[in-house]
Design a protein around this ligand. Structure first.
Ligand code: NAI
Length: 410
């Protein structure tokens, strides 16, 4: 595909040791001008590195704030090769017409596998036996140990991860019960619980896979834990604030539940150098992991491919599907047409001015896609236009008041 700007001139700067799969995906799509930094850069080096970048790829350690963005001259897209996007100023990038992409679901399977492993370990009372062995103990006994087969796993939040947990659990012969605020189609033999209370009462293992929202904050507190049966286990690999830790500590102390596995915490250390503080540290029957549910090599590779593919698709075709700060359009191929991308402030009158430009130049519009989000409008126009007409269209579209940015893809 020809773009108004040759692909080899589109400079892609990747920071923080982004997986090679991203570089491979860019190469496969014809993008060769890639600078790959193994580490997060100090601020002054970062500013120099991104000054002439068209595309920046980063992970969680690089702050792409207003100051950093002000050092870019040609930026047109940002890829967060991770889940979170807090490190990027989404308002500022949006106002500059720069979509930001991430990879929210690349580590789904990794989390699901860890949860299943934890369910098995908890049911077998491995955490406390492991701790005892480390101290020279030999707690050889079948007391309180159960197979997963035939037990019930209760999944709260039956989305990407929750459904995968259900599929894997069923393969082990577990009964799967789920609760979700949305009407979700059951996979396999999974059954929807009539209520959260029913799930809590029936499950041998309760596992949480909800997002962090006002509703889910503390959704598992003392009252909910009290509904779980005495031998039940609790797993939280979703978000730290979903479980009330004080209530969980109390339940573990009183042996209200038999064990827990926790991967996410209300307060997590910011780096490896900071100590991990939690009242849960005292319990041998609690598996503690440092927010590694999604941290696998496979997830890193998937993230590399997923985010690079989104950036390539935007660069080649204009599609912004799943951009986090931008109107989302999912565009068809445009072979045989010129494609004009027009990013503008979402104010009245822009679209009619755009159409005026086309009619004045006598160019027929074959397809038009418009999407708005907040202050931003994004319109994509496919037209049967010669190269010269396309350039003229772009020039005149750029002059429309309210325009943030235009691009032309032949
Ligand atoms: P998702 O968006 O695919 O699924 C979430 C589900 O929860 C949806 O079906 C939604 O309808 C449901 N839900 C929302 N509010 C609810 C409520 N109040 N009660 C019941 N159900 C509710 O999300 P995904 O990808 O499955 O992720 C789930 C959680 O796992 C998120 O909090 C995410 O941050 C976390 N996560 C943790 C990782 C780790 O390293 N431990 C890695 C990846 C994700």
């Amino acid at each position: 595909m020809k773009t108004s700007f040759p692909k080899q001139d589109i400079k892609i700067v990747l920071l923080e040791g982004i997986h090679q799969s991203a570089v491979d995906a860019f190469h496969a799509a014809g993008y060769t001008n890639i600078t790959h930094h193994e580490k997060a850069l100090p601020r002054d080096e970062l500013f120099a590195a991104i000054a002439d970048a068209h595309v920046i790829g980063l992970r969680s350690r690089t702050q792409l704030d207003q100051e950093a963005i002000s050092h870019t001259r040609h930026l047109f897209a940002v890829g967060c090769f991770c889940i979170g996007t807090n490190q990027v100023d989404l308002t500022q990038t949006g106002q500059l017409g720069v979509p930001v992409f991430n990879a929210p679901y690349s580590n789904t399977r990794s989390v699901a596998e860890l949860v299943i492993a934890e369910a098995i370990l908890l049911l077998r009372r491995v955490p406390e036996r492991n701790a005892s062995c480390h101290r020279g103990g030999w707690a050889k006994s079948a007391d309180g140990s159960f197979e997963a087969r035939g037990k019930t796993i209760g999944i709260i939040g039956y989305g990407h991860i929750g459904t995968q947990v259900g599929v894997l659990a069923e393969a082990l012969g577990m009964h799967v019960l789920y609760h979700d605020i949305e009407a979700k189609l059951a996979l396999g033999n999974a059954a929807r619980a009539r209520s959260l209370d029913e799930l809590l009462a029936r499950a041998d293992v309760v596992t949480l896979h909800v997002p962090a929202t006002a509703e889910t904050k503390g959704m598992l507190g003392a009252a909910e834990i009290a509904r779980m049966h005495a031998g039940a286990m609790l797993i939280n690999a979703s978000r730290g604030n979903v479980v009330n830790i004080d209530a969980l500590v109390e339940a573990l102390r009183n042996k209200r539940i038999a064990g827990a596995a926790v991967d996410v915490f209300p307060k997590e250390p910011k780096s490896r150098d900071e100590a991990f503080e939690s009242a849960l540290r005292e319990f041998d029957n609690v598996l503690l992991t440092p927010h590694v549910g999604g941290s696998t090599q496979e997830a890193q590779r998937n993230i590399g491919t997923e985010v690079a593919s989104k950036l390539v698709r935007y660069s080649d075709n204009g599609s912004t599907l799943s951009a986090v700060n931008f109107p989302e359009v999912n565009l068809p191929e445009h072979a045989g047409s010129s494609r004009l991308l027009h990013i503008h402030h979402n104010v009245p009158g822009v679209l009619s001015r755009i159409n005026d430009v086309f009619s004045k130049l006598g160019v027929n519009i074959n397809g038009q896609h418009l999407q708005t989000a907040g202050d931003l409008g994004y319109v994509v126009l496919d037209a049967s236009a010669s190269d010269a007409q396309s350039e003229a269209l772009r020039e005149q579209l750029s002059a429309i008041p309210g325009t943030i940015r235009t691009r032309l893809l032949y």
